[in-house]
Write a protein that binds this ligand. Structure first.
Ligand SMILES: C[S@@+](CC[C@H](N)C(=O)[O-])C[C@H]1O[C@@H](n2cnc3c(N)ncnc32)[C@H](O)[C@@H]1O
Length: 255
C-alpha cells in the first residue's frame, strides 16, 4: 500500500533505527505525520511507553489498515492514537505536545503552501525542546520527471525554501545528512533524500524594566517581561537575574 514494493521490513528497520539514532527514548511522545499503514509506526509503538505514539494520515484506507496491523501485532495495549486527518492533526490532536515529530517520505508530496501549513502546525505541536524530522528529495534525478506515487506528485523543495518557510513559524532547519546514513535501503533511489531537522528558534528576549534588589513597599515581586513579545520571566526576578550573571536591564537574555 505504501512505498516501494518488497521493502517493508527494511523500511521499517530504517524508520525505527533513524529515530533511535536521533535520540528517541521510550518516554518520549512521538507524532508520526503521514504514518500510512504503520510501516514505521509498528516499531515505534512497540518501542515507546504506552500512550506515547500518535499517527495521522490523510488516507482512510491507510488508517483502517493501521488499526488491523495493531490488532495483528498485539499492540493494542500500547494505546496508540490514530486518526484520519486533512489538517496535519490540527483538528484531532487538541493541544497535545510531542518530543518528536516524524514526517517520513511526505514533504516532497506537498506543495509549498501545504508545507507551510504543516510546519505551522508542527511548531504548535512541538514540546519546547522537541524536534521535527522530515526528508526532501536530495537530487532531482532521484525521481523521474512528472512521476507520481499513488496519485501524489513529487515536489523538488530545496533546503533554502524549507528554511524560509520554517522561519515564518520560528523554526530553524538543520540538514542531518542523507537517509541512507540512517539505514535507508541502498537499492532504492530515494536513498539520497536529505533528512532535515526542525527545532524552535532560540528567541533572545529583551527585558523591559529594571529588577530591584529590594521590595520596600511590600508589593508583589516584580516580574521581568520581554519588551518584544511580552513573555514573563520567573516570578523571582532577582534570582533570575543572578542566574544570568546580573546583567543590566535591557540586555538580551533567554527566558
Ligand atoms: C510515501 S507514504 C509514507 C508513509 C510513511 N510515512 C512511511 O514512510 O512509511 C506518504 C503517506 O502520506 C500520506 N499523506 C499524503 N498527503 C497527506 C497529507 N496532506 N496529510 C497527511 N498524510 C498525507 C499518504 O496517504 C501516505 O500514507
Amino acid at each position: 500500500m505504501v512505498g516501494p514494493i518488497g521493502y517493508w521490513t527494511e523500511l521499517q528497520a530504517y524508520q525505527i533505527g533513524a529515530l533511535l539514532k536521533l535520540g528517541l527514548k521510550p518516554h518520549h511522545r512521538l507524532l508520526d505525520i503521514g504514518c500510512g499503514p504503520l510501516r514505521g509506526g509498528l516499531g515505534f509503538i512497540d518501542y515507546l511507553d504506552a500512550g506515547n505514539y500518535a499517527g495521522i494520515d490523510l488516507s482512510e484506507a491507510c488508517i483502517a489498515e493501521a488499526h488491523m496491523q495493531i490488532a495483528r501485532e498485539g499492540l493494542a495495549s500500547k494505546n496508540p492514537f490514530l486518526a484520519v486527518s486533512d489538517s496535519f492533526g490540527w483538528k484531532e490532536l487538541n493541544g497535545r505536545r510531542f518530543d518528536y515529530i516524524w514526517c517520513s517520505q511526505l514533504l516532497y508530496h506537498l506543495d509549498e503552501k501545504q508545507v507551510d501549513s504543516l510546519l505551522q502546525r508542527a511548531s504548535h505541536f512541538l514540546a519546547p525542546r522537541g524536534r521535527f524530522y522530515g526528508d526532501i528529495i536530495g537530487y532531482p534525478n532521484a525521481v523521474k520527471e512528472d512521476s507520481q506515487w499513488n496519485g501524489f506528485r513529487f515536489y523538488l523543495h530545496t533546503v533554502d525554501v524549507l528554511k524560509e518557510i520554517a522561519a515564518r513559524h520560528l523554526l530553524d532547519v538543520t540538514p542531518k545528512g542523507q537517509i541512507e546514513d540512517y539505514g535507508y535501503p541502498s537499492q532504492i533511489r530515494l536513498k539520497t533524500n536529505a533528512l532535515l531537522e526542525c527545532s524552535r528558534k532560540e528567541i533572545q528576549h529583551e527585558l523591559c524594566q529594571p529588577v530591584h534588589s529590594e521590595n520596600p513597599d511590600g508589593e508583589p515581586p516584580f516580574m521581568p517581561q520581554c519588551m518584544q513579545c511580552g513573555q514573563q520571566g520567573p516570578a523571582d526576578g532577582q534570582s533570575f537575574l543572578s542566574r544570568e550573571s546580573g546583567k543590566a536591564p535591557g540586555t538580551r537574555i533567554s527566558i
